[in-house]
Design a protein around this ligand. Sequence first.
Ligand code: DAH
Length: 388
Amino acid sequence: MNIHVKRGWYRGRPAFRPRLGREGFFAVLAYCPRCHKDFLETKELQGMKEKLEHIRQEALAALAETKAAADVETLRVKYLGKKGELTALLKQMGKLSPEERPVIGQVANEVREALSSALEARKQSIADALLNQRLAAEAVDVTIPGTRPDLGHKHPMSIALDELKEIFIGMGFQIAEGPEVELADYNFTKLNTLENHPAREWTDTFYIEEDSSLLLRTQTSPMQVRTMERQKPPIRVIAPGRVYRKDEVDATHSPMFHQVEGLVVDKGITMADLKGTLNALVEALYGKGSKTRFRPHHFPFTEPSCEVDVQCHACGGEGCRICKGEGWIELLGAGMVHPKVLQGVGIDTDIYSGFAFGIGVERMAMRRFNITDLRLIFENDLRFLSQF
Ligand code: DAH
């Protein structure tokens, strides 16, 4: 502030003769920034300076109390606005002499600037505090142990199926899929199954049409016919899928279960190829050196037909609880594709021959995972499923 207090004798104009202070010779002078001269303050000037100072003090005190940006803005309007206190005060400058006006103008500017920057600073500190509050509230403690989400995993049947697929893909087989709602023609007739065969009974099979022409397939074997109709030899396919039979549910039966059908057709295919392929399968499933046994059997669509057993891996053929004292465990049905089946799809049996097999996947999975009750596989009890 360019307000000077000077000691000494007054030498200025008589009109501005200084008032004497109590202790002696000093004068309160104002410095005029326009004419660059000192002059004595009048009462009016002093009064306005005091009011300005009062405004500054009051505004700063009020500002210190503010909590929100809106309060700061209210104060800005109250003190610095067009209808604010500072403006109102400056309107009274008319009372002052021309020398005094610039003096008060300067003080007023100082007050305005001081208040402006104090208001700005307050606004900023309120915003900072707000931000800090939010940051604190939204802070994430990355050191808190997380909750591990329960991840699903493969169903034991999927594990068994994938394992079988893997083995056959390794031997050069392709994978085929076919309908579960099947024509009786494919499920039975084209597979050389006679009209009076017991498997055709309504008590055994789920029929969809009254005339017994449409049914839920009882086996994956119709895929043999569908595959041969679709493609010419050489053929090497497996066809995994669901099959349906009217069986009561118990520890070893279910009206729905899974099979993997296998079919190989080419020139010069013999029983030796069948044995070699199935021995390779058994070794892949039960380890090198596992023994197999081929027992004569009957299926309408193979000739000769057999059932294949694997020597019990638990007792080595001695007979135990797992093989029910047999020493052998039944694995699958197989045989050389019946000439009537091949001829039915127009394959020349003088040139081509083939073998086929059908594996029950549930039985395989039960043995693989030591599951003693088939129902567990389909009940989907998580306590059971999470064990695999
Ligand atoms: N389809 C037969 C069944 O469900 C299993 C079977 C046996 C399939 C011999 C074949 C086979 O391909 O050659 O009992």
